[in-house]
Design a protein around this ligand. Structure first.
Ligand code: F6R
Length: 606
């Protein structure tokens, strides 16, 4: 959730750092800062709040110099404030550090350093790092960094500079992402690719405990024992404009509209028009031994997992447990060598998902990750990887990541069913055909935008809204409700239709908004009963139905008929109008849709 950028070269470092930090704003932050060498002087400029504040400061006090580090902070240890923001500098001003992650043993290091005469000014865990490096510094910068890092417990991506080695920038990571950008007579570090995409497309992915020393002309990567590590250059395939808004008012709206293409990209090269699956990413022999699957994920990715559970069970006839990654570890999961754990994560950096994966591995499970970020920590720690290829998702509220995760899970379910021969191939062909037509279906559903906008105009002032659904519609209702609360700050819950009478119906009074999702013709009569139950108690009902779902139109205050048919794949098209509804409700309220309060794009701490 914090962002790191670093630069060494011959251009104005402050400008490059600020530019890079702007590209990382989507991650969520509460303060920002840079440290740049200006001749012999180390200039550290920090401000609480938006980057704009830092830019105003830099306008008043311009900073020159050709190498430096920058950071956007999202508070974990110590409140958001100027003093707690990064970079943090050693007491004597020699070493400056930007850090993502958490130093778990910072208290004992602090005591150790205080006993050795060091004084601290912030409440952060990070401040121990520059001071510890300074403690070990005897003229060899890298050696001091390695000694200090050896003493750190926890997770970290660090960018470090030293006033006695002004042309060097050191980067190291453990359990927190960090990449190296390779330029012409200049080099970069960043926590995320968009930060440096306008400068270079050539990157190295740093692994845990690899130390990179960057000068303007050279990058050397070594391990703790000073062995040189040869890194492979990766060419980033998406362009900078891909990471921009492309004419839409918000990234979220752009990403909602990108879904036909994103789903198509997930399918491309994996399912051809002859209905042949071209998947070979997982060992078939192993698959035949799998007798249980856990899907672990957080938030939106977990909601995708709930759909995945139903679909895999239906097609591949294997028990699947969809669990919140943050709970998985504490629930004594029954994992062994015949278990496949599917970890779903857009970013591939979510701390809880990674922790679940690591536990499952120690218990003998094989890990299949479904992720959007090539080279992310999750993908590197997995046995098998299925990339969603949705392109960068900048909006904090996830949309295209969800629909592409669903697409990946459907593809996997079909693949597993085919491998295990659990259903008739004619049945699988129907699912495959529906998958291939899904980009077009989503395109058609997006045409409902104007209608959704009008509905949002009527309800955006409400305090509470409830979502109802049955079967797969219930999983989609959960995602619709999460989208609404994330960006509009309206209290919202999703309930399974059958649960209504067991408590939630007590909440219904005159004009309570109830959003009923009824896309399954086999369950629509039951949903009709639910709609009646809330309508007679005064609810304002909005129903989302498929064109082949029976629904008494006169029963609902609003009805949205999706140009889609009831199939196993319905969740992919049904979620789209719910995303639009959340978007337009939040827009009516005038909120910062791409950067909702208190939220961050990737949650790399527990
Ligand atoms: C919701 C949202 C979050 C993420 C969750 C997991 O819009 O974006 O709920 O889905 O934090 O993130 P990833 O998929 O990166 O593991």
């Amino acid at each position: 959730m914090c962002g790191i950028i670093g630069y060494t070269g011959s251009r104005n470092a402050a400008e490059i750092l600020i530019n890079g930090l702007e590209k990382l704003e989507y991650r969520g932050y509460d303060s920002a800062g840079i440290a740049v060498f200006d001749g012999d002087k180390l200039n550290v400029c920090k401000e609480k709040g938006r980057l704009e504040n830092l830019k105003i400061l830099l306008k008043k006090h311009p900073v020159n110099g050709n190498s430096g580090i920058g950071h956007t902070r999202w508070a974990t240890h110590g409140a958001p404030s100027k003093i707690n923001s990064h970079p943090h500098t050693s007491m004597n001003g020699k070493i400056s550090v930007v850090h993502n992650g958490i130093i778990e043993n910072y208290r004992e290091i602090k005591v150790f350093l205080e006993e050795n005469g060091y004084k601290f000014i912030s409440d952060t865990d990070t401040e121990v790092v520059p001071n510890l490096i300074d403690f070990y510094y005897e003229g060899d910068f890298l050696c001091a960094v390695k000694k200090a890092v050896k003493q750190l417990n926890g997770s970290y991506a660090l960018g470090i500079i030293c006033s006695e080695n002004k042309d060097e920038l050191i980067a190291v990571r453990k359990d927190s992402p960090l990449i190296i950008g390779i330029g012409e007579n200049e080099n970069f570090i960043a926590s995320d690719i968009p930060a440096i995409l306008s400068e270079t497309k050539k990157v190295y992915f740093l692994n845990d405990n690899e130390f990179a020393v960057l000068t303007s002309s050279k990058i050397t990567v070594t391990d703790f024992d000073n062995n040189i590590i040869e890194k492979e250059i990766h060419e980033v395939s998406f362009s900078e404009t891909d990471a921009q808004k492309g004419g839409y008012e918000h990234f979220m709206l752009k990403e909602i509209h990108e879904q036909p293409k994103a789903v198509n990209d997930t399918l491309r090269g994996r399912l051809n028009s002859d209905l042949n699956l071209l998947l070979d990413f997982i060992n078939k022999e192993f698959l035949t031994t799998v007798n249980k699957i856990y899907i672990i994920a957080c938030g939106t990715a977990y909601h995708a997992g709930l759909v995945g559970k139903t679909v895999i069970e239906k097609l591949a006839k294997i028990p699947v447990f969809a669990e919140l990654a943050s709970e998985f570890r504490y629930n004594n999961p029954l994992v062994d060598k015949n278990t496949l754990v599917i970890a779903v994560s857009q970013s591939g950096e979510t701390a809880d998902t990674l922790a679940g994966v690591r536990l499952a591995k120690t218990m003998g499970a094989k890990i299949l990750s479904i992720s959007n970020v090539v080279g992310s920590t999750l993908t590197r720690e997995s046995d098998y990887v299925f990339y969603t290829y949705a392109g960068p998702e900048i909006s904090v509220a996830s949309t295209k990541a969800y629909t592409t995760q669903l697409t990946a899970l459907y593809l996997f379910a079909v693949y597993l069913a085919e491998t295990k021969n659990t259903v008739l191939s004619s049945e699988l062909d129907i699912v495959k055909k529906d998958l291939l037509s899904m980009p077009k279906t989503i395109e058609n559903v997006l045409k409902l935008e104007e209608k959704i906008k009008l509905i949002s105009n009527k309800i955006f002032n409400e305090k509470d809204m409830y979502y109802l659904g049955r079967g797969l519609d219930y999983a989609v209702a959960m995602e619709g409700s999460l989208k609404l609360k994330e960006i509009s700050y309206i209290h919202s819950e999703a309930y399974a239709g059958g649960e209504l009478k067991h408590g939630p119906i007590a909440l219904i009074e005159d004009n309570t908004v109830v959003i009923a999702i009824s896309t399954n013709k086999n369950l629509s009569s039951k949903m009709e009963s639910n709609i009646k139950e809330v309508a007679t108690r005064g609810a304002y009902t909005i129903a989302f139905v498929n064109e082949d779902t029976n629904c008494i139109h006169s029963l609902c205050d609003e009805i949205v008929v999706l140009p889609a048919k009831c199939t196993l794949l319905t969740p992919i098209s049904t979620v789209v109008p719910l995303q639009l509804l959340a978007y337009y409700v939040a827009k009516n309220k005038g909120y910062d849709i791409d950067k909702p309060r208190n939220l961050a794009k990737s949650v790399t701490v527990e």
